[in-house]
Structures are given as C-alpha cells and as structure tokens.
Design a protein around this ligand. Structure first.
Ligand code: SAM
Length: 270
C-alpha cells in the first residue's frame, strides 16, 4: 500500500482546484447519512476523507466530524476545519482515535490492500471506533462494472477554466482471478511517471464472507441511492450488473446487537 500517499497526493495536485469544494455529491452523501441513521446530530468518523468535502457537508448539517486522510489532500480538508470538523492527517491503520462514534463512513476508497487488510480495518471499526448500535457506511467497489471497463483508455484535455490544469490519460484494467481493478494515470507528456491505484472489488455475497469474524454484518445495501431488498431476487439487476462502479453497504455491529438482545431478554431465576 506504499503507493497510496503518492497516488492521491499527485492526483490531488492535479485536480484539487476543480474538486476541493463541497458539491452536490457530498451534500447527497450527507443527506443519505440522515436518511439511513436519522437526523442526529452524530459523532461521525470519516475514513479516507480526501479533500474533506463530505466531512464539511456533514459538519454543515450539525454533525461532529473527525476526518482521517493520509495524502496531501488533507491540507485541503484542513481548510474546512472548525468547531465541528477535526482533520487528522494520518494513516487509518496506524492512527489512535477516540472511540464511541455513532457513524463511521468510508466513501469511494474501501478495498485498498489485501483481504486481510480490509478485515484489519473492519475490526478497528467494530472494536475501537463504532459505538454499540452505530452504523458503518462503506462504499464497496463493484466487480461487475470494473470488469466491463477492462482495457478502457481515456484522454482528458486540460480545462483551466474549470480548474483542470493538467492534460492526463487513464488506462483501466481488471484482474478477474483476484477481483482487482488497476487504474493508471499519467500526464500525457510524462508517460514514464504513470501512477496506479489498485483495489479489491467485492460482490455483495463476497462482502458478506469478508465480514465473517469482524463483528460487522451487512444490514442494508444502496445502489445509486436506491435500496436493494436483501431478501429479494436480483437476477438481471441492471444497476449492479452494468452501471454502478460502487455500491453503499450499511454495516451493523453484530457484537453490539447480540449484547443488546441479551440485555432485552428477560433474565430468569431472579
Ligand atoms: C478515492 S479517494 C476518495 C476520497 C473521498 N472519500 C471521496 O469520496 O471523495 C480515497 C481516499 O482514501 C485515502 N486513503 C487511502 N488509504 C488510506 C489510509 N490508510 N489512511 C488514510 N487515508 C487513506 C486516500 O488518500 C484517498 O484520499
């Protein structure tokens, strides 16, 4: 995972003037947190917070937010910092944070590293950061759509008026054995300095297997903001098969719910 700070710092340098601002997507995420968890306000931990746009949108809604980001994008996030938003420029595998969050979010980033790395992160969420009964909201990369993008190339001309100062190229690929995407970018006139992000994709069924032993379980799934019926039949489900490169998994803390169930059961013999 050594590539992570360099990849996101470099792409952050290319795109921050265009992207480091709260926009529609971040406000929609903040609204979705309210739809899923109720209005709050909550103590929210956002992992891999990038430029801090979503953290800022959540803080605007009155939540108390801690945003963790390893790359230089954290410097942009720090511009949003204030009484309701704390930015931690660090690695979420190493950083020590207070626990007891009502919500832990990881938007558009889960899957970096091995399955063991994902489990390590999921266990930190359940054991250290998420309060009993809280929700973890995690975007998960969807293998069906990443596989369709295998071999795609894209050229993007600079568009300084919109904040894109660099002309860049992208090549996307997919490893169907390990269910991993590779996404390589370079400045068009510097192909030798290409940088690549690599990520694990999980079908919903694979995610459920990954979660075994983590004290977290899938409670709800959303594709493009629309909830899937977990008990339904999804044969031919076009958004997952063809459209959405990621879906949102809402995880519940199973250890906590077991404890709550025990507490709510009548205690015999007293
Ligand atoms: C694809 S970006 C998404 C950023 C933001 N969540 C969003 O949706 O705009 C993934 C982010 O996760 C960050 N990240 C990846 N691994 C991390 C780690 N171990 N600790 C902290 N941040 C990490 C990256 O630096 C990057 O900014």
């Amino acid at each position: 995972m050594d590539w992570v700070p360099e990849f996101y710092s470099t792409t952050g340098r290319w795109w921050a003037p265009a992207l480091a601002a709260v926009g529609e997507q971040e406000r929609a995420r903040a609204e979705l947190v309210g739809r899923i968890c109720g209005p709050g306000p909550y103590r929210i931990l956002e992992l891999g917070a990038g430029y801090g746009n979503t953290a800022a949108a959540l803080a605007e809604r009155g939540h108390q937010v801690t945003a963790v980001e390893i790359s230089d994008r954290a410097e942009h996030a720090e511009r949003h910092a204030g009484p309701r938003l704390r930015v931690v420029h660090d690695d979420f595998y190493a950083v020590q944070l207070p626990g007891d969050h009502d919500v832990v979010c990881y938007f558009n980033g889960f899957g970096i590293g091995t399955d063991a790395d994902q489990r390590r992160l999921l266990r930190r969420i359940s054991a250290e950061w998420l309060r009993p009964g809280g929700h973890a909201l995690i975007d998960v990369m969807n293998p069906f759509v990443w596989a369709r993008w295998a071999g795609d190339r894209e050229h993007r001309d600079a568009d300084p008026a919109r904040g894109y100062a660099y002309t860049v190229d992208e090549r996307t690929d997919f490893d169907p054995v390990h269910s991993r995407y590779t996404d390589t970018w370079w400045e068009t006139d510097r192909p030798d300095d290409a940088i690549t992000q690599v990520g694990r994709c999980y079908t919903p069924a694979d995610l459920m297997l990954l979660l075994e032993g983590t004290d977290l379980a899938v409670a709800r799934l959303f594709v493009d903001g629309i909830e899937l019926d977990l008990d339904g039949d999804h044969v031919g489900h076009a958004p997952l098969l063809h459209q959405a490169h990621e879906y949102l998994a809402v995880l519940r803390h199973t250890a906590a719910s077991a404890a709550q169930t025990r507490r709510s059961q009548p205690v015999s013999g007293r």
